[in-house]
Design a protein around this ligand. Structure first.
Ligand code: IPD
Length: 488
């Protein structure tokens, strides 16, 4: 825990003394809760990515800190990590503002890696106050407490002998990882003794303040990771600046810190920027999808199979994923998509899959499509089938339709319909409503059938005679065709 004045000495009184005392007590209480929960089973949820975690302890500790501070300082403003994840705005005004990270290093906390901190920063006129920034570091006692007035030894600003700290940040898409690794590579090429990732931005800054590392840089951290720890660095005589080399902007999601200005500038010059946007310009968002806090749902959903394609469906892959972020990351890899700004949609109707909750409702083997900037979803069925099914042409069809004219009918009526070549049809209704009617109908039908049969026989006979006459005429050339039947 750190609490000291601008000159390195603990403040005796002063306008913010009461705030300072309240924060110290809260940080100690929060530390006890975290220390106890560290080894216990946790309920974990994801936020902006599969690597951006939150537990119920983060919520409990944040609620404790905010409730106490709000009760004691009702006119003050608040920015807190989990409230921001739930959509609260992060606006730093000149008003007295508390900037709270209940557990910095939540991923460590989930894995029981004992490098976590409570960070309670306090800013007035948009500057974090040196006399009112507190840090509680369970498990690494004393790290944030470099004695006032004693300056750590940071070498001579020589990058080639430096031990540099950094943090990965929440994104895991290939483009961001490439930049992250290339920044590490640049520092190692420049001769840095080592680059370390310890899992807590706050504690990395505290290591620097304690003189156990020479520099720190990161893209993708937040104001609550920085607010308290930057004060500790400055109190220790170190430098905190923007990665552009300009003054630190708490809301810019990036930082370089070092023991000396020369070292900080050397590091800043070596880095390629990873753009994470600003804390004060969004509800936390990633790849077009709005961050939603998912409270108390189990983190480790089993990995499930999905089918993913590019926008014109020319490339398809199968991927296994347990979260939306994992799916996005694996999809970008599988389809070799370099862009960071992509949208995932359902292939069948273009519905955007942009929240973890929605993703978890999708069935196994759901087909998804990845759209890069400027690309649009199009329906799948616009192609012509290569072979149409063979068309059937009817020659003759006979249908029977049995129906009743009234409920009292014994059998009802039978309709017989014959259709030839789908064009000509003959229909006949047999009324069988009573015994007599049935008999009448039967007789009528038989006489009808006899007439039709007779007509058919006459037509057939005539046709056969014509064929015979033509055959005989071809056999006796010159003779006149004979018509009719020779009898006797
Ligand atoms: C995170 C940790 C992590 C860093 C992230 C931070 P949280 O804080 O400090 O090491 O890479 O940028 O946001 O989420 O554990 O409070």
């Amino acid at each position: 825990m750190k609490a000291s004045g601008e000159d390195g000495k603990a403040p005796a009184g002063g306008p913010w003394e009461e705030c300072f005392e309240a924060a110290v007590q809260l940080a100690l209480r929060a530390g006890q809760i975290i220390r106890k929960a560290l080894s216990e089973e946790k309920r974990v949820s994801t936020k902006t990515s599969a690597a951006d975690l939150v537990t119920e302890t983060d919520h409990v500790v944040e609620a404790l800190i905010l409730q106490e501070l709000q009760t004691r300082f009702p006119s003050h403003r608040f920015i807190a990590e989990e409230a921001a994840a739930a959509g609260a705005k992060c606006v730093l005004t000149p008003s007295p503002t508390w900037i709270v990270d209940p557990i910095d290093g939540t991923c460590n906390f989930v894995h029981r890696f004992p490098t976590v901190a409570v960070s309670i920063g306090f800013a007035v006129n948009q500057e974090t106050l040196q006399s009112s920034s507190m840090l509680c570091v369970p498990g690494t006692r004393g790290l944030g407490g470099c004695s006032p007035g004693i300056r750590p030894f940071w070498g001579l600003g020589d990058l080639s002998k430096a031990l540099v700290l950094t943090e990965i940040g929440p994104r895991r898409d290939p483009a961001t990882l490439k930049l992250f690794l290339s920044n590490m590579e640049r520092l190692l090429h420049a001769g840095a003794h080592g680059v370390r990732v310890i899992g807590s931005s706050t504690l990395a800054l505290c290591h620097l303040a304690a003189g156990t590392a020479d520099a720190y840089y990161q893209f993708g951290l937040h104001c609550w990771d920085l607010a308290a720890a930057t004060v500790i660095i400055r109190e220790a005589g170190g430098i905190v600046m923007d990665t552009s080399g300009g003054p630190l902007d708490l809301m810019s999601c990036r930082v370089v810190a070092a023991g000396t200005r020369e070292m900080a500038v050397l590091i800043a010059q070596a880095l390629q920027t990873i753009n994470y946007g600003r804390d004060d310009e969004r509800p936390l968002a990633f790849m077009g999808s709005q961050t939603k806090k998912v409270l108390f749902t189990p983190l480790m959903h089993p990995a499930r199979p999905f089918r993913v394609s590019n926008h014109d469906r020319s490339s398809r892959r199968g991927v296994m994923a347990s979260s939306l972020q994992e799916l996005l990351s694996k999809t970008l890899d599988a389809l070799v998509v370099a862009s960071q700004l992509v949208t995932l949609v359902l292939e069948e109707d273009g519905t955007v899959v942009d929240t973890e909750e929605f993703f978890q409702t999708l069935g196994d083997n759901t087909h998804l499509m990845v759209l890069e900037q400027g690309q649009k979803w199009t329906p799948a069925g616009s192609h012509t089938p290569a072979r149409w099914p063979p068309q059937r042409r009817g020659i003759a069809k006979v249908t029977f339709d049995l129906y009743k004219l009234s409920p009292k009918d014994v059998i009802g009526c039978l309709n017989v319909k014959a259709t030839m070549y789908e064009m000509y049809s003959v229909s006949y209704d047999i009324h069988c409503t009573g015994f007599k009617a049935m008999l009448r109908s039967l007789l009528r039908f038989l006489s009808h059938a006899a007439q039709v049969t007779g007509q058919c026989l006459v037509h057939m006979g005539t046709y056969m005679l014509r064929v015979l006459a033509e055959t005989e005429e071809q056999a006796v050339p010159g003779s006149r065709p004979r018509r009719g039947i020779k009898s006797g």
